[in-house]
Ligand binder design. Structure first.
Ligand code: NAP
Length: 263
């Protein structure tokens, strides 16, 4: 649902980077809109040349935005991003990590068929990248009361049919959030995850049976509907802003309440 509130300029004078915009349906794009409307100057990354044009077109309307290449499987590209941010922004307040990848064939059937290669790539892209990004960002973020936000899913806590290796990666991602929050808290950086309900995006379309999951949530979640990408974006804005200054190491649900349900 669209917020009826006028965006507050909560983030004026602050800078951020969003990893994971593929197109205008991406949760990363919803986060970008909420942060930018609140006054934050942003950098966006694209993972492959295939996506560069789309990301540049989307970024064209964002005041002062940078667009940078970053495939998180290449450490030199991650390092280059932060070198560029140092030169262009000088400091950094917010990171949005909205990246995930698993081989399509690993997102259907039995989990025990997961290949070692499929397991490794899912964890490298979807989980380890958060830790590497946080480490590279540290010199730019230290002691600015900034915030790192990543995106998770309930499949990291409970069994969701076909989510398979991505569920294991999300469990590790949420544990990474807690360890990073512990390490970075004394250095003035908060780290949290948003556990989002299902939203139809490019990545989500790779999970077998995704339409049935949407139907199930619409029928069974306390709010009797699915969430919107904009609701995730606004939760991201809250976690990036000083309004959430007492929250770190948490996984916050934006899922129409589905996580509270038993039978
Ligand atoms: P999306 O639009 O497809 O975004 C996924 C992004 O990950 C894409 O921009 C993709 O870039 C990027 N990515 C994949 N491999 C990468 C790599 N090696 N280096 C850098 N970036 C890479 O899908 P989304 O649903 O918004 O996903 C964003 C996050 O939300 C993910 O962590 C996802 O698990 C999480 N989430 C989604 C849902 C949902 O239902 N949609 C629910 C809960 C959580 P390319 O397309 O260029 O490869």
């Amino acid at each position: 649902m669209e917020s009826k509130d006028t965006p507050l300029q909560l983030l004026t004078g602050r800078t951020g980077i969003v990893f994971g915009v593929a197109n205008k349906r991406s949760l990363a794009w919803a986060c970008t809109k909420s942060l930018s409307q609140s006054g934050m100057r942003l950098a966006l990354t694209y993972a492959s040349e295939r996506m560069e044009r789309t990301v540049r077109e989307l970024a064209a309307d964002l005041p002062g935005a940078l667009v940078l290449p970053c495939d998180v499987t290449k450490s030199e590209e991650v390092e280059a991003v932060f070198a560029k941010l140092k030169a262009e922004f000088g400091f950094l307040d917010t990171i949005v990590h909205a990246i995930a990848y698993a081989k399509r064939e690993e997102l259907e059937g039995d989990f025990y068929h997961t290949s070692k290669a499929g397991y490794m790539i899912a964890h490298e892209v979807s989980c380890y990248s958060l830790t590497e990004i946080a480490r590279c960002a540290l010199p730019l973020m230290e002691n600015r009361q900034g915030s790192i936000v990543t995106l998770s899913y309930i499949g990291g806590e409970r069994v969701v049919k076909n989510y398979n290796v991505m569920g294991i990666a999300k469990a590790a991602l949420e544990a990474s959030v807690r360890y990073l929050a512990h390490d970075l808290g004394p250095r003035g950086i908060r780290v949290n995850a948003i556990s989002a309900g299902p939203v139809r995006t490019l990545s989500a379309s790779g999970v077998s049976g995704f339409s049935e999951v949407l139907d199930h949530i619409a029928t069974n979640a306390p709010l009797r509907r699915n969430i919107t990408a904009e609701e995730v974006g606004d939760a991201c804005l809250f976690l990036a802003s000083n309004l959430s200054r007492g929250i770190t190491g948490s996984t916050i649900y934006v899922d129409a309440g589905y996580n509270i349900m038993g039978v």
